[in-house]
Design a protein around this ligand. Structure first.
Ligand SMILES: Cc1cc2nc3c(=O)[nH]c(=O)nc-3n(C[C@H](O)[C@H](O)[C@H](O)COP(=O)(O)OP(=O)(O)OC[C@H]3O[C@@H](n4cnc5c(N)ncnc54)[C@H](O)[C@@H]3O)c2cc1C
Length: 354
């Protein structure tokens, strides 16, 4: 969890604290995306601070399996499920349904993850509802009867802007995905699910979703990636094409340490660690990375870590489920050859590894 301060619970809006908090839940491929689940967790934390008088509604936009148990176990009280025959990625088509929902259910606070999808939905919603919007929020400083103040992330996170506005009965907050952590799970808790029909498709006429094209794995956001290939100063710049080829084979997103970003081999948003992004992939491969604390704080949530390093004493190996001690360039070449031969799973002979 991040070390954000909590909003002033003593002075939370009296009516609001007894009212409803709405989370808009983005989905992808039949699941709620991770930042959306983390926003649900944040909503539950806020509701608990407000003496438990706040109820949490979640509107799930798009297909999702078992939303009642998944979202209920994170603290949602009622799930409203809105599916669309037009596929998943079209933010605007959900806006009218959400607008009608908000007018009927009158939440005092709406939370959504600040993804491309979420940012568009809440911006349109804020206009339709004439409600104030905190965009890319990293910290809610105060929610009281007098007003709301929050920190917004700007300039790629290099700058935070404190904004505040008087309380008007409803505020919308899109939350920066990097500023949230895993949510508390209430085992066995489940929420009732009600279908929420898509009220109108007309807004999707302006921009039609024509088709979905699989993204370039190299540019997939690190925070979303299930697999990450990270490399550090131990790898040669001339190994970069090979590392990217391996990443493509593994459908992995590419990231790195600060020295490789400083050297211009990767853009800043690909830096993992204290001053970069925190990641939580199922698999992280660390090539030529020493494992400095400033790097490893960014990979604490990774499920499995495989490291390649010439130094058997490298700190990175302490964090690894599997460590390959050897020259990264040679191991990379061998792995690519094995993948091309289609027998990477069969393993290499000891002569090949040597
Ligand atoms: C305030 C502050 C913030 C920072 N923030 C970050 C951050 O967000 N992210 C970050 O990464 N760093 C950050 N750093 C820098 C951090 O302290 C380390 O310097 C950095 O992580 C080291 O990067 P590295 O592992 O690529 O390089 P090195 O520490 O130089 O490690 C290179 C590794 O490669 C191995 N190696 C060498 N040759 C080979 C080979 N042929 N094959 C395989 N392995 C080989 C070496 O044994 C070594 O373990 C920060 C530092 C400060 C002071």
């Amino acid at each position: 969890m991040s070390s954000r301060r909590s909003p002033d619970s003593e002075r939370s809006p009296e009516n609001g604290a007894q009212g409803k908090l709405l989370v808009i839940c983005e989905t992808w491929d039949g699941r709620a995306i991770k930042p959306a689940l983390e926003v649900v967790g944040e909503a539950r934390t806020l509701a608990n601070r407000w003496a438990g008088r706040t109820v949490i509604d979640a509107v799930v936009c798009g297909d999702m399996e078992e939303p009642g148990s998944t979202l209920g176990s994170l603290g949602v009280d009622t799930v409203y499920h809105c599916t669309s025959p037009l596929g998943t990625y079209n933010p605007s088509m959900f806006v009218e349904t959400l607008e009608t929902f908000v007018r009927q259910h009158a939440p005092f606070l709406i939370l959504c993850a600040h993804t491309l999808w979420g940012a568009e939905v809440v911006a349109r919603l804020a206009v339709e509802l004439e409600a104030p919007l905190v965009s890319n929020c990293v910290e809610l400083l105060k929610v009281s009867n007098e007003g709301l103040s929050a920190l917004e992330s700007m300039q790629g996170g290099h700058l935070h802007r404190e904004c505040s506005f008087p309380w008007q009965g409803l505020a919308i907050v899109s939350w920066n995905p990097d500023s949230l952590g895993p949510s508390a799970v209430y085992e066995g808790r489940s929420a009732p699910v009600e279908a929420l029909p898509l009220s109108c498709l007309s807004r999707s006429d302006a921009v039609r979703s024509v088709r979905l094209v699989e993204g370039d794995v190299h540019s997939m956001p690190l925070e979303e990636a299930d697999r990450i290939l990270a490399f550090g100063r131990g790898m040669d710049p001339e190994d970069l094409p090979g590392l990217q080829e391996l990443a493509s084979e593994l459908r992995a997103s590419v990231g790195g340490t600060r020295p490789v970003v400083d050297a211009g081999l990767l853009p800043f948003e690909r830096q993992i660690g204290q001053t970069g992004v925190s990641v939580s992939p199922k698999l992280l491969m660390a090539w030529g990375i020493s494992g400095a604390n400033e790097f490893t704080v960014g990979i604490e949530e990774a499920d499995s870590i495989v490291s390649v390093n010439t130094d058997p004493q490298a700190r990175m190996l302490m964090f690894s489920d599997l460590g390959l001690v050897g020259d990264g360039k040679a191991i990379l070449r061998l792995l690519l050859e094995l993948l091309k031969r289609g027998d990477a799973g069969a393993g290499a002979s000891s002569e090949e590894v040597a």
